[in-house]
Design a protein around this ligand. Structure first.
Ligand code: ADP
Ligand code: SF4
Length: 700
């Protein structure tokens, strides 16, 4: 299909200094968790986006010097010749598809702890940057940079820029955002200097200006030089000659870089979750930039709608549509728009599981795109699957995220697929979860898959079909896949994290009871030791429905694991707005229908909470009866010609939706194949020789 003429503007080329991007789709730098230790995994991950039509594809943060060492968080480096070779794999891969490759050169300043390099972190004035993952006394405090340190960092930036050019990059970054070194110079709270780098905004931008200038001197003839800058905090500060210091910064640097990449200041606002923020949330902070510079501007906002993208361009907010998460969820988003297939876009759901991967220090995982990070090691292409040599009749029982993804991928492989679910609608756990406060966008997991499945003639969908072992044997498919999900239990745990038995009482609920339409009578206590979103969001849900509700957890925070997905501060804000009392570090000991007894995790001191009902959000166990019955009936299966019975998703191992989708995809790729014990190819660092060592001299 041809491109909708309304969207053609998105496919115009745009110049960035000496280079030209083929279109306006710009995969901004984002963490992949892959580092230089997995260079082939990384190159293939980025290549998928170039192949999918992103005109610019960038790396994540790439350290310019060992004084910027974020270990154990995963970060890339451009320190030596081995690093150049590692990155060259990525630039070659991106160039194969006619896209530009960008590198986000980065110095973390006081926000890194240099745990491996053991060099003092650098900062304008010795003020530590306080992030939740950064220890204070246990780690090095930053050193105040003297003039020699500043010259050294400028030299490292220029050296790294030259290495980047050798590696084949077309766009080279200076990074002044998110608490990193350039940002620390911009903010007077971190920058107390009395020399020419401190004081008025003209002085505070000097370091960033010099970083851009040395980069331009080094590679500016061949590469576009981009400034990535956070504007949220500065936008809130009145300027002397302009409405804000953010305006003044852009005015002062208007002609200096070849491109402005503008963003927010901290991960929870920069990569905010859809539970709390909609598409295009950065606009109120960055909307002015284009009015003060003629250089192209890229910004993000979890853009997945082509109409919103066009509006950003037409209204003069942005020149490039920046994408990090939308490019992970659908590397082929640009091509789908160009080919008039926008209905096929696999829209990011804004769950931030991808970001949790970085916090976990592992390659990126995505709820919507199970192939993210698997392109090289498992050979999974985001859009193509291998056709089955011998199509089979495959029955999938359960149409939640796992069953839907499995059906879609099996269908694409050419199998004859029957998908049955007992419910009236497909979607499994999401049928309820999408109704919880802020989670409606999560149903894109279901919408995308159902939309495609409905177009496939070799897949038949059967709602309101509860299948037991008899029905399955009678249907006699070649293979059976069970995607029957999991159940929440009322199990409790001790302070040693040992299960101590179930809490049985007619007024004890689990999330499944509430999903089934039973609303507890208030006052209700939600006791949460699952610690991801469910406890917090159910509490909000009950409050919205007028149930007086309080929340308790043995963790130190409400929904503690949501620190990994950038949601934690906003979960607390949401509970506070609903006037929910939050008790942390307490275990639930007992409940008698009128009172719940909580015990402090460490002292054992008991607190009584008057409540009529308790909701336990804790352990989930697979819904496994059907599998057990089927495996007991091996003769019946054999007689019916059923070759295999597999489980996927929560029925196999309960977890986040991302794991269920991955599990369904994996089985669909591998079904019938002889998979040996090694499930994927292992990547290795590129080391041709122990790298050249650039010893600094005292004179420097
Ligand atoms: P997952 O996250 O692994 O996809 P879900 O819990 O979201 O799991 O979905 C499981 C689905 O399986 C639910 O929609 C449920 O209705 C369905 N299901 C469970 N048992 C049966 C069964 N015996 N027959 C048909 N559908 C079933
Ligand atoms: Fe979007 Fe979630 Fe995938 Fe991240 S993990 S790209 S937020 S769908």
């Amino acid at each position: 299909m041809p491109c909708n003429p309304r969207y053609e503007i998105l496919f115009e080329p745009v110049r960035i200094g000496p280079v030209t991007a083929p279109n306006r789709f710009y995969q901004v730098p984002h963490a992949s968790g892959m580092t230089n230790a997995l260079p082939r995994v990384r190159a293939a991950f980025r290549e998928a986006k170039a192949e999918g039509g992103w005109g610019v594809v960038c790396t994540g943060a790439c350290s310019i010097d060992p004084s910027s060492d974020d270990a154990p968080l995963p970060f890339a480096t451009l320190w030596d010749s081995n690093d150049i070779r590692a990155h060259a794999l990525m630039t070659e891969a991106v160039h194969r598809h006619g896209s530009l490759a960008g590198v986000e050169l980065w110095h973390g300043g006081a926000s890194v702890m240099n745990r491996t390099s053991r060099l003092p972190p650098l900062s304008p004035s010795g003020i530590p940057w306080m992030a939740t993952h950064v220890g204070f006394m246990g780690n090095l405090r930053p050193k105040t940079m003297d003039n020699a340190d500043i010259r050294n960092v400028l030299r490292c930036q220029a050296d790294a820029a030259r290495k980047a050019r050798t590696a084949g990059f077309d766009i080279v970054y200076v990074y002044a955002g998110m608490g990193y070194l350039g940002y620390e110079f911009l903010l007077p709270e971190y920058n107390h200097r009395s020399d020419c780098y401190g004081g008025p905004i003209e002085n505070r931008v000097r370091f960033v200006r010099e970083m851009i200038e040395v980069t331009k001197d080094a590679v500016g003839k061949d590469c576009g030089v981009a400034l990535r800058v956070s504007l949220e905090e500065l936008r809130g500060r009145p300027g002397r000659n302009q409405p804000s210091e953010a305006h003044e910064l852009v005015e002062l640097l208007a002609d200096v870089p070849d491109l402005f990449d503008v963003k927010m200041d901290s991960s929870p606002t920069d990569c905010s979750a859809s539970r709390f923020t909609g598409e295009g949330s950065h606009e109120p902070v960055i909307d002015f930039v284009k009015s003060l510079t003629k250089k192209p501007v890229v910004g993000v906002g979890r853009f997945t709608s082509p109409d919103t993208m066009v509006s950003q361009i037409r209204r003069g907010v942005l020149d490039f549509i920046g994408g990090a998460r939308p490019s992970i969820a659908d590397p082929f988003l640009p091509n789908k728009i160009r080919e008039g297939r926008e209905a096929e876009i696999r829209e990011c759901i804004g769950c931030n599981i991808c970001i949790s991967s970085w916090h976990d220090g592992v390659p990126v995982r995505c709820t919507q795109n199970p192939t993210a990070g698997e392109e090289w090691r498992r050979g999974w292409h985001p859009e193509r699957v291998e056709r089955a040599d011998r199509p089979e009749r495959i029955l999938i029982v359960g149409g939640g995220p796992a069953g839907l993804e499995c059906a879609l991928t099996l269908g694409r492989r050419g199998h004859e697929v029957t998908l049955a679910d007992s419910s009236r609608t497909f979607g499994g756990r999401l049928t309820f979860e999408k109704t919880l406060p802020g989670l409606s966008a999560w149903n894109r997991v279901v919408d995308y898959r159902l939309g495609r499945l409905n177009e496939m003639s070799n897949v038949s969908l059967h709602a309101e079909s509860t299948l037991g072992a008899d029905e399955i044997i009678e249907l006699s498919p070649d293979r059976v896949v069970l995607a029957t999900g999991a159940r929440w239990t009322n199990m409790l745990y001790s302070s040693l994290e040992i299960p101590v038995g179930r809490l049985d009482h007619p007024d004890v609920f689990t999330p499944d009871d509430i999903a089934g339409g039973r609303l507890p009578e208030g006052p209700t206590l939600v006791f949460d030791f699952d610690n991801y979103y469910m406890g917090g969001v159910l509490t909000e849900h009950l409050a919205v429905h007028g149930v007086p509700v309080s929340y308790a957890t043995p963790a130190g925070q409400a929904s503690a694991w949501t620190i990994m997905t950038n949601e934690l501060p906003l979960v607390h804000r949401a509970l506070a707005r609903r006037k929910v009392a939050v008790t942390t570090l307490h275990l639930l000991k007992s409940f008698d229908g009128e009172t719940a007894t909580l015990a402090h995790l460490f002292t054992g001191e008991e607190t009584r909470v008057a409540c009529h009902s308790v909701v336990i959000v804790g352990l989930r166990l697979p819904r496994g009866e059907l599998f057990e019955t089927l495996t007991e009936r091996a003769d019946g299966l054999a007689a019916a010609g059923i070759r295999s019975v597999d489980r996927i998703g929560d029925a196999l191992a309960p977890g986040a939706i991302a794991h269920a989708v991955h599990s369904g995809h994996k089985l669909a790729r591998e079904i019938g194949a002889d998979i040996r014990w090694q499930p994927y190819r292992r990547d290795t660092p590129i080391v041709d020789a122990v790298a050249d060592f650039d010893m600094r001299t005292a004179a420097e």
